[in-house]
Write a protein that binds this ligand. Sequence first.
Ligand code: SF4
Ligand code: SF4
Length: 134
Amino acid sequence: MKKKMVLYFPATVVEQPVTYSLIRDYDLMINILKADINPKMEGRIVAEISGEEKNFHDGLEFLQSVGVRTFPLEQEIIWVEERCTHCGACAVICPAGALVVERPEMVVQFKSDKCIVCEHCITACPARAMEVCY
Ligand code: SF4
Ligand code: SF4
């Protein structure tokens, strides 16, 4: 299985080789899409994790056992459709193709499976229709 996940590291864990353990001990592939890690501070990694289903779940259990909180990536960015005016500003700056203008209707659609949580759309949206969900 393959899934994009958000990993929150407490300050006490941030300098430990946790992702290396996932690779070595659980035979998982870790494709880091975004990392915000600083010494002695809480950190966050957005990564695509893939491997055998049992290893995937065992790996997540390991993360939780060392204090790393995990969430599926799709919980992270939310498109509040009723606020959206379909101005298209977000589609222009989205680097992942997750926000697209559908033609010929010219309406914006959010494809959460492509989102890499760069958060550019949060500041670009004049209607505050894009939100981060923690
Ligand atoms: S967070 Fe980044 S990748 Fe995701 S929809 Fe917004 S601009 Fe696109
Ligand atoms: S920038 Fe905001 S209002 Fe404009 S299309 Fe994107 S989500 Fe909708």
